[in-house]
Structure formats: C-alpha cells, structure tokens
Design a protein around this ligand. Structure first.
Ligand code: AAO
Length: 460
C-alpha cells in the first residue's frame, strides 16, 4: 500500500441555492459534515427588493443581513453550526451593483430605495453613469468600458473605483466576517475592474477566501486570469469542455499538466458541472439528465484539477420561478427525503438534494482517500473510459446508451473492491457493486450512463 500520498485537505464545496439558513444549518449537521464537504456556498444574504423570483436576491437595497432566506440571527447560527462540523460558509457577495428597479420602492425589511439612492449607503454620485449606450446598459461584451462602467441588466452600477464605495462594501464584508464566514463568492466580478476588487479584498483579513465569478467569454477583453492575483475564480471552461464529450459519448484525458488550455491554473480554479445561472442557460448537463449528470459530477470529483463545487438547487420549469415560500414570504427549505438518487421524478419546487446522493457522498470519500495522488493517463475502450489516481483509486464511466466494459491499468493491490458510486458510504457491498482488480487491471462492467469508482479503503 503506497503511503507517500498526502491526504489532500478537504476541498469540495456545495452550492445550496436558495436554501434558507436554518435548513443549511441542519444540512451541515446531518449531511455535509458527515460526508466531508469543506464549504457551502449560500445565496446572497443581504436585504433585497421584494418579489417572487429567485433573482431578487441579486438586487441589494441595503447590507442588513435580512432576507427571504433568513434573519441575521439565523445566518449567524448557521455559520456557527456549520463551523462546528467542519463546514466553512462562503457567502455570495453582491457588490458590483444595487437594485435594477427604475421606480423607488421598499426592501424586504423596509429600507427605502431608489435606482441610485440607498439612504445611509449610497447616493447618485456613487454610481457609474456610463453614457456609452442608450439606456446605460451593457450591450457589447467586447467593450471593457461598457462591461465595467455600464449597467448589467439595468442593475445600478456602483463606482467601485471610489474610496467611499470601497469602504462601504468593505464594511459589509467585514460584518459578514464578524459572523464567521470564511469567504465570499464575488458576484459579477467581471463587471468591476480587477484593481477595484483587489483593493476591496486587500482590506480583508489574511486568509479570507475569495472566489470571483468571471464567466470566460470567447473574444471578450476581460478574462478570468485578471482576477487570480487575489483569489480563486470559477472556471467556466471546465463544464464546457466536459459537456461535448458526454454528448458525443467519447471521453478523453484533459491535459494532465497544470496547464489546461483556456483554464486558469489548478490552484486558482473552482470547477462545477452547473450553477444557478447555467442550469437556467446553456449548461450541458443538469439534474434533469439524471444518471448522466451524476456521471459528470463523478468525473469532476475524481479529477485533480481545481476545487470542485457540487450544485444543489430545486426543480423548475420557469426560469424565474423562486423556491417555494411560506405564507410570510420566507423561503421554505423543503426536504431531501423524497429524492435520494438522481433518477427520481422531480416536481417543480422539489429540492434536488444532490449533496445527499449516494454517488456524491461515495466520491467525497474516494477523493479523501486518493488525496494528492497523481492522475494517470486514462484508457478508452468499448465506449467506456477510466483512469487511476496512482495506487489509490480508479474511476470509470460509460457515457453511452449500451453496456460497456473497460479495464483500467492500476497499481492497486489485487482484490475485490466496492464501487462507492453505487454503494455510497455503505458498509456491506452488494454483489453487483463489486469490481475486481487483477494483474494490474481494474475491470469495470458498466450499464449505460453509469460511473463507478473504487479506492484503497473500499476493498471488500
Ligand atoms: C433580473 C431580470 C432582468 C432585469 C433585472 C433588473 O431578469 O430582466 O433587468 O432583474 O431588474 C440574476 C439573474 C438576472 C436578474 C438579476 C438581478 O440571472 O436575470 O435580472 O439576477 O435580479 C453576465 C454576468 C454574470 C451574471 C450573468 C447572469 O457577467 O456576472 O450575466 N451572473 C451573476 C449571477 C446572476 C445574477 C447576477 C450576476 C446579477 O450569477 O444570477 O443575475 O447579480 C456571456 C458573458 C457573461 C454574461 C452572459 C449573460 O456569457 O460572457 O459575462 O454573464 O453572457 O449575459 C456562452 C459564452 C459566454 C456567455 C454565455 C451566455 O457560454 O461562452 O461568454 O454563453 O449564457
């Protein structure tokens, strides 16, 4: 048994989209902590405009930690309960802009606002007036000036070059840090000059985790690489590269160096199969794809590139539809009980609960066992594909519609191992979930769209 392998620090996150703070706290204790998730990404916690749609969360009207997802006290309780079981909280920080409303209004807990007026925070002088397009809205992503100084879908664009604005944003982030959060997703980071984000981040305590959302766009002047000097970025290339492979049914190795084309270096990357925008947009795979979606997540969790974040939201047929709410307008956290597996039938509003799927939980265990073992060149055979993390674990996937077998070279000891994708963290291993390693080969027989994985600790 090779012992030179360092157990990698737990690095897998989960985005619990539009899940209330009290539900996240319970999820930390009953599922995320036990499974070994390192962090949870929440939806934006600040006061927002009033409305039924999920995206009201992305229209701040004040920096009070009061929202449809819960109160300040509930947020603080979540952070401490998640922390107690080893799960960091990353808050979604909406700091590029305020609301996108043209008419004045009143926010979730009563703060009055106008498009460019937020009493006690910002007045008209603190916003950009780009003057480059008819409505001051971004029209051309090929123009750096428009993207960073005009309005993203009519959202009042803060002048983050201004010291006063930076200070007000900094005070908000400090407030969240005082409640114990470990870091932030920086929403719409592309729409702020990298130097502005750098300046805001520089004022935060050392060790604060920063994950910038900078969607990599072909032929756009603003690229994610500009934002890696002060933190991680969500690498949108990752899912875009995997998607077509799954569609064509032909999986192949990525560049196994640290230098994947059109990807930031591994240590700067947060990777995902989908997120709340792409599952409503052009994500190649979402919860609707069932087994194939699990397969994609398994391959991501088996990879040695970036910090993976598993996405978990709710079923929807209307892009704008918010999560189910209670009578008082707060979001209802729902339950995971009905949908423990990817092939379940979802009704609109059902939580997808991806974080609890046995295959996901099994792969967190797999990832912990393989640690930093090298990703070895893979093999494609009979329409299936697989690779080893040297001496520690093997993964295989069949993205096609017919049964397929693949024998993956491995230095794991001969024996029978349990497939943790099928069996999760279960202790006894049913016959059908067993994989044999003999003479340096792990032999997988895979059903259509099945992924399987074995590791040193899963030997029967
Ligand atoms: C809502 C209404 C609007 C209304 C507005 C104000 O829908 O009609 O005007 O309120 O009243 C979310 C919702 C929005 C919502 C908004 C505010 O998605 O519908 O607007 O809250 O409530 C760009 C940004 C990126 C942003 C994304 C949605 O760069 O930062 O648009 N994502 C974040 C959040 C998102 C949120 C906001 C920002 C705002 O995650 O949930 O909006 O806080 C290209 C560009 C990207 C660009 C996309 C979309 O991407 O590269 O930068 O993202 O286009 O415009 C291929 C290409 C790729 C391309 C992509 C497009 O992959 O390679 O380049 O396709 O799908």
């Amino acid at each position: 048994v090779p012992s030179a392998v360092e157990p990698a620090a737990p690095d897998v996150g989960v985005q619990l989209f539009q899940l209330p703070w009290t539900s996240i706290a319970e999820e930390c204790e009953s599922a995320l902590g036990p499974a070994g998730f390192a962090w949870v990404l929440t939806s934006p916690p600040q006061e927002h405009v009033v409305g039924e749609q999920w995206w009201v969360s992305y229209q701040p009207v004040s920096y009070q930690i009061e929202s449809r997802l819960g109160t300040r006290a509930e947020f603080a309780d979540m952070v401490s309960r998640c922390g107690a079981v080893g799960v960091d909280v990353i808050a979604d920080a909406v700091i590029n802009h305020m609301s996108g409303q043209d008419a004045p209004g009143t926010g979730w807990v009563g703060s009055a606002y106008a498009h460019q007026g937020y009493p006690g925070l910002y007045g008209p002088g603190e916003f950009h007036h780009c003057g480059l397009t008819a409505q001051d809205d971004i029209e051309d992503y090929g123009s750096r000036e428009q993207v960073q100084n005009c309005e993203l879908v009519n959202l009042a664009d803060l002048d983050t070059g201004s010291p006063a604005v930076r200070q007000t944003i900094g005070a908000y982030l400090d407030d969240l840090l005082s409640l114990g959060v470990a870091g932030f997703r920086i929403d719409a980071a592309k729409h702020m000059a990298a130097e502005d984000v750098a300046a805001i981040v520089a004022a935060l305590p050392e060790g604060t985790r920063v994950m910038s959302e900078v969607i990599r766009g072909a032929r756009e002047p603003i690229q994610p690489e500009e934002y890696t000097a002060f933190g991680e970025v969500f690498e949108f290339s990752y899912a875009r590269e995997l998607g077509p492979q799954l569609e064509s049914g032909m999986l192949y190795d990525p560049d196994l160096s640290d230098e994947r084309a059109l990807h930031v270096p591994a240590s700067s990357a947060v990777v995902f199969i989908d997120n709340h925008d792409t599952e409503r947009g052009n994500a190649p795979l979402t919860y609707r794809n069932g087994a194939e979606y699990l397969l994609a997540n398994v391959l991501m969790l088996a990879d040695d590139y970036g910090a993976p974040v598993v996405y978990s939201g709710y079923a929807f047929s209307d892009r704008d539809a918010g999560a189910p709410t209670n009578a008082d307008g707060t979001v209802d956290g729902g339950t995971c009980a009905p949908h423990p597996a990817p092939d379940a039938e979802y009704a609109d509003g059902d939580r997808t609960c991806v974080q609890r799927w046995a295959g996901i939980v099994g792969m967190l265990e797999w990832r912990a066992v393989v640690g930093d073992a090298a990703r070895m060149p893979g093999v494609s055979e009979n329409d299936a594909y697989g690779f080893e993390r040297e001496g520690r674990g093997v993964v295989a996937a069949n993205p096609n519609d017919a049964d397929a077998s693949v024998a993956v070279p491995t230095s794991m000891p001969d024996g029978e191992y349990c497939d943790v994708v099928a069996n999760g963290s279960g202790s006894s291993c049913p016959e059908g979930a067993r994989v044999r390693v003999r003479d340096g080969l792990a032999a997988f027989d895979l059903a259509p769209q099945q992924a399987a994985a074995i590791h040193l600790g899963s030997r029967v």
